[in-house]
Design a protein. Sequence first.
Lengths: 314, 314, 369, 369
Amino acid sequence: MNFAFTDEQLALGAAVRDVLRDACPPAALRTERRPGWRGLAELGFFAALLPPEHDGLGLGLTDVLPALEETGRACLPGPVAETAVAAPLLPKAAGGELCVSVVAPGQAYAADADLADLLVVLRPDGARLVQAAELTPRPGIDPCRPLFAVAYDAYEPLEAPAGPVLHRLAVATAAQLVGVAKELLARSVAYARVRTQFGAPIGSFQAVKHRLADVAVAVEFAAPLVWRAALALDAGAPAAGRDASAAKAAAGEAAALAAGSALQVHGAVGYTDELDLRFWLARAWSLGAAYGTSAVHRERVRAALLGGDARRWP
Amino acid sequence: MNFAFTDEQLALGAAVRDVLRDACPPAALRTERRPGWRGLAELGFFAALLPPEHDGLGLGLTDVLPALEETGRACLPGPVAETAVAAPLLPKAAGGELCVSVVAPGQAYAADADLADLLVVLRPDGARLVQAAELTPRPGIDPCRPLFAVAYDAYEPLEAPAGPVLHRLAVATAAQLVGVAKELLARSVAYARVRTQFGAPIGSFQAVKHRLADVAVAVEFAAPLVWRAALALDAGAPAAGRDASAAKAAAGEAAALAAGSALQVHGAVGYTDELDLRFWLARAWSLGAAYGTSAVHRERVRAALLGGDARRWP
Amino acid sequence: MDLDFSPAERDFRAEVRDWLSANVPDPPLPSMDTAEGFQAHRAWEARLAAARLSVVSWPEEYGGRGVSLIDWLIFEEEYWAAGAPARVTQNGIFLLAPCLLRFGTPGQRARWLPRMASGADVWAQAWSEPEAGSDLAALTSRAEPVPGGGWRLYGHKTWSSRAAHATHGFGLFRTSGARHKGLTYFMFPLDEVAVRPVAQLDGLPGFAELHFDGVRVEESMVLGEAGQGWSIAMATTSSERGLTLRSPGRFLATADRLLALARESGDPAAADRAARCWTEAEAYRLHTYATARRIMAGEAAGAASSLGKIFWSELDLRMHALALELLGERAGETPWLDGFLFALAGPIYAGTNEIQRTIVAERVLGLPR
Amino acid sequence: MDLDFSPAERDFRAEVRDWLSANVPDPPLPSMDTAEGFQAHRAWEARLAAARLSVVSWPEEYGGRGVSLIDWLIFEEEYWAAGAPARVTQNGIFLLAPCLLRFGTPGQRARWLPRMASGADVWAQAWSEPEAGSDLAALTSRAEPVPGGGWRLYGHKTWSSRAAHATHGFGLFRTSGARHKGLTYFMFPLDEVAVRPVAQLDGLPGFAELHFDGVRVEESMVLGEAGQGWSIAMATTSSERGLTLRSPGRFLATADRLLALARESGDPAAADRAARCWTEAEAYRLHTYATARRIMAGEAAGAASSLGKIFWSELDLRMHALALELLGERAGETPWLDGFLFALAGPIYAGTNEIQRTIVAERVLGLPR
């Protein structure tokens, strides 16, 4: 029992952070679609989940959690989790090299599909690989994560069952949401230290302090659910799907709380294009909706627990 | 449209307040079972809902709302709402003269049944009048509102259908809960003004201010739901049962919030027999559970609204 | 105590409902923060005004019908239930007009109110400055008297809603050093002000920055007297927080739509949240009937209006957040996404909810400062 | 990162589970706040101690097994899952003992720890005074040195849990005027202290007032040095807020019972609330595994333990409030009512949650004082 990231896991996260600090500064969010992707590919990040014999790092989902969290902190655009998680599904050469977007069951649209070389379509009866599709832009909340309706004729069936892929995508997205929430909190704290009203920094007022403390609590206790879900998926634990839903719901709610609080602390300026804050706000909401909103995942947890599956893992 | 109490309605409330200020001070809660009842009977309060030809005041439930709220503010013990609401059901001479306790459907116990001259048992198939019953004390949360299991052999069927009586009892209890919540808030404010920590009255700290402001908001917006429910019941409006449930749930939650906040503001002392506060805390919880908890009433509102009855009255 | 509408009130409701059902634009107008949408909304205001429905509670001489607050609430219920357009004139009719009616000269009222009622003039508010948000009295924009009459305005206002397209603005400017008593309430045409539109979360310029570099205004553009600005503005924000800015009708309509969405979803926990919101919208409606009655009886709304501001703004946000949870990635195809972005600002504008809670605690409950 | 229990950890869990299933009293013991229940709980502690299960993480010489924090968490999970009695020794073993182990002399440890482990001594905490609750450093109870050695204690402590029946107490007394540095940590026998039991909401004396009128204590009853009391007590409250006072096992057991209750009720909205609570209890368990690992690696829990205090105390209250809503007037026949009354105190004791949020904001997040 060592429920703490190893040095290697942390080192991958730190390497991703270093790449993104240089290659994905906030200014890049206004001009680029995939800043930093080249650097992450060079680190092997997108092939991390591939086995070594397929030129991958042979890692589990757990191993890349700190790295995924860093992509959330940096607000890295593009189908990051999709490309990393889908890699093991793809034909040998494609995994880790090609950009992938995903259409999930019950999800109408594929994010960043216009950037994707391949689409993975998850259906209850299995996964499909789509090479060419007609894309129709659909309105969304996140300017850096555009949505597309997808129509296609030809597809290749994939052997992987759709369920586990979807759970892994939900948990990978939850890890990003933890990073988004932490960055929103950090930006709120930074602003509250310098913004002065009534002759004092607003961060010295109890109402602001306690609101941000609540965000800290929410993030602090969402993260271990995400880590556990990844371990459970990697281990094929019995209630891993339920635990994945618990993780996605908690991370989505923590990020939504962090976003609402960030906006409230910043006031009207947080609402505008003047500050970079809006990118993280939009990401909290767009990833919160991706692969099932918190309401959807809460319902799944409830159905499992009420149905009698209240087993704890470990 | 004049959604404000009339002078007469307010005057009855003021008369009740005057009686209880003298006859039901907090000290009486430690020693007496029915302080102030004689004075209220002399005002005609317990016969308020009886028609004049039965020596009553001929009033509607709406007319006695301010008076019921005052009984909550004073934490008046005894089956107050039960006796007032049940009066019109009873044989002519009994209404307004005799003390009544009620067993509601789905409710296991009768409150204050040992004080009651008569028991009204509400069952889905109709109401019953019970003159003699075997009572077994059951543990409860409110020392001034003891609970009893009831067993009886003989009963007299009453003509009144059980449903409307139950709705009226729920709304009368909700009006008391508004009074309990207001008194809890007033006591919290009074304590926060004088209790000093860190060199300042704790009521000067934003955390305490905002918590009590939240209580004020909850009470302020629960009360009109209670008033509307009483008017709807008096008018026989179509969704009156749903509106009664909305009122009971909102008043119960407002009182629970007021109780939790009062305890938090008072700290450990609020938890003890040293302060009178505990009487109002217990009453908030006991009346919150009476005639359906907030969860039960929320479920009824939800069932009605989801079932399609989203009519607004007026 | 009763909740009975009079025959006249029922007739009025029927008239409003009929007119709206025949006139509400379908499809909905484009966003008022686009140039095209702004003109379309202005044209809608003119149609409303032609039916004498744009400002029903104002005196007839200014374009209203002189009806009671209860009638106004009825109008609002019908307006939002019909899915009618958002009011591009709202800053003027709900914030400035109450002050003009109370503190304006007869000349000011005659000059500005009818044009406001018809949408001929569209007013933007200009309260905040970069360093004066919640702490409004810290503002530094100033007005200097011009020999011979009139003033020149200097300074920098921000988060000015509607200013990107509006014709006029109103706000406070400093005419002496005293923190509160040095402020004066000015109206001004926007054509000489440097307006820099500011994009909001939805990419549209719902805000603007206003830069005043000696903008000349006539003496008649001062509302009340020099130095009275703070007290007039507080009367405004009191009405802003009170009845006029966010009538219950808006939230009733939202609650009905939310209930339909929750019913569709089949998720009972979501249904529970929706049913709570629906009940709370009812509570706000009923509470407002009671408040309207008190105001009609001559009482002031006062600090208690802060209770309402807290309640409706957080209800509105909860409703839209739930809708987004139910819609997922389809939210952008519905009006709920724009509604959510708008609702997010509710706890911030018109005095943040932190300020409101402090007002409730100190002025309603009597807790120490 | 892993969540795998070692074979030794699994064996330990099995041993604890087996012992408890054979030994947990049925029916449950009477309340420890009655004289009869107090003795019954003390006897239970002696049985636990005889099985070397009362203080598993302590060194063997004092009655423990010297096992790791992870093993202690396993013990706690099994203990609460088995429905075993509340710990009448908890103020001693969870608050005083960590200080004795860290700051006590070898003589103090040898004298007090084994008797604490076996329930021979039962310790009451004596922090608060009527005018010093959240503001603990404002306390005025004092100790005066006695010529020739030892001290006399004067003053008035209150809200002292367990003191109605306990044998000993511990708390801070002022030995000089300096606000924090004038405080000294004393242990004392309760037999010469005037103890006035104070009834709680349930009518039982869960609290007592302690009046000290020159109570004589030996020099060896000072923990650490004179003037060190504040820093020692803060180490205590840090462990109180951290791992040791409220281990996850307690909340896991509550969450399981709540889930069963919600399942019975058939109310899907209640089921949603229960499922959230169950998940949050899991989150607290997992979070604690991570914290335990950090502490085992030599890191201090520090201000981050305030995050945990806020989380578990509000979760516990939410769980019990929901149970009461589901049980209605039947709550009094179940352990949920007593549990609710106890849970109500969670956001108050061991530093109110207002204090904890301020600690998180200032010391974890770095917001200005």
